[in-house]
Design a protein around this ligand. Sequence first.
Ligand SMILES: [Zn+2]
Length: 209
Amino acid sequence: MFFFLVLLLLVVALVALAYNAHYGTGKVTIRFQTEGGKTVRKGQGGNIGEALLDGFRELYGSLSPGSYPETIRSRLETMEENLAQYKDRMHRRDIAGCEDYICRTKKLLEEKAAATSAHKSFVAEQRRLMTDSLRYDVLRRDKFRCQICGATAKDGYRLHVDHIVPVSKGGKTELGNLRTLCERCNMGKGDKIEDQELTPEEFIKYCER
Ligand SMILES: [Zn+2]
């Protein structure tokens, strides 16, 4: 009887050892490396599968409006290689979990790319709408005066037609969102790409029109 008990314990211990040797044991840290060999992310868990899943979860969580899609994409690729490498040493539910995170991360990346492209065409369209004639309408409405300090081109300042809400932030090129600013008041304002300038010479020409 005693002999059988010892044998049973031995078998259990051997199975446990084999299990741990296969799936990893305790705190497993898997380093996700870039091509340059630099560690970019560590996953931690009770075994290899959990550690990998943790890494995928972290990468998904790191997706924010400010994150660079190229970086996330290259990290995802590296982690997919890790997954392929360790797949046969992982539990099925961890593999499924990782694959789920891969799908969700890719979907977010696609949505981000679509939003970026929509934003680019919006900016291009709003810049195209900024015509000389609209510029003149704004300047005339504002009586050729800076809407902050009241300066005119006669005072020696260039006049700009400024987007109150910048195009990059969704502002449209329409009268209600445009105002005349002198170069001094417009200085320090970001998003200058859509600014239009009016030199003192142009101002005189405009007045003669
Ligand atoms: Zn001014």
